[in-house]
Design a protein around this ligand. Structure first.
Ligand code: AMP
Length: 204
């Protein structure tokens, strides 16, 4: 008797800096048994370890600018080809502009795949800024200074928010209210994914 294959879930979580997408991404990925692929985390780890890549991107991150698409795309391809991503993944922070959406589409199409759902964590701008300032104090991230925060929110509004129209036209965006209790937000996301057949009902 054939066993039921586990659901594959190729997910993207999007939201302004400070929306809590990092925290929620980890929770959702854990519930579904898939890895989180966070480009920001990959860059920060390389900076910390002093790798060649880290040296290349340090100043870019500190300014709050985007790392060139080609470099970022190569890193994501490499990561998504690792064995643990075969049954799905949750992308956090990539794609972040229209060109990166095309790059990711092309890469996934090579294996007849596509993103299954895009979770949009909806948080008011004032709330994101307040959370970012708090994180700056708690974690001491070098790009959580006022100038870099403003630049990153700007890039989000001008370059990242428009990708939601592209994914929206495909009918794969779930807009989730990002205000309130952490557990409640996680439940809202899992319920939306379950409605798409992407999360086991037991996880909700
Ligand atoms: P994050 O942790 O997602 O806020 O990312 C931190 C920083 O890493 C960003 O401000 C960018 O400098 C860089 N970065 C992360 N993801 C990307 C991406 N998809 N494209 C270009 N740069 C990125």
């Amino acid at each position: 008797m054939a066993s039921t294959p586990a659901t594959t879930a190729r997910l993207l979580i999007v939201g302004p800096q400070g929306s809590g997408k990092g925290t929620q991404g980890i929770r959702i990925a854990e519930a579904l048994g898939i890895p989180v692929v966070s480009t920001g985390d990959i860059f920060r780890a390389n900076i910390k370890e002093g790798t060649e890549l880290g040296r290349q991107v340090t100043e870019i991150l500190d300014r709050g600018d985007l790392v060139p698409d080609e470099l970022t795309g190569a890193i994501v391809r490499d990561r998504l080809q690792q064995a643990d991503a075969a049954r799905g993944f949750l992308l956090d922070g990539y794609p972040r502009n229209a060109a990166q959406v095309s790059d990711l589409d092309a890469f996934l199409a090579e294996s007849d795949a596509a993103l299954d759902a895009v979770i949009l964590l909806d948080v008011a701008r004032e709330e994101s800024i307040a959370r970012l300032s708090l994180r700056a104090v708690e974690q001491g991230r070098s790009d959580d200074n006022e100038e870099a925060i403003a630049k990153r929110l700007d890039i989000y509004e001008k370059e990242t928010a428009p990708i939601l129209e592209v994914y929206g036209a495909r009918g794969i965006v779930d807009r989730i209210d990002g205000a309130g209790d952490l557990d409640e937000i996680t439940e809202r996301i899992l319920a939306a994914l379950e409605a798409r057949g992407l999360a086991p009902a037991a996880a909700v």
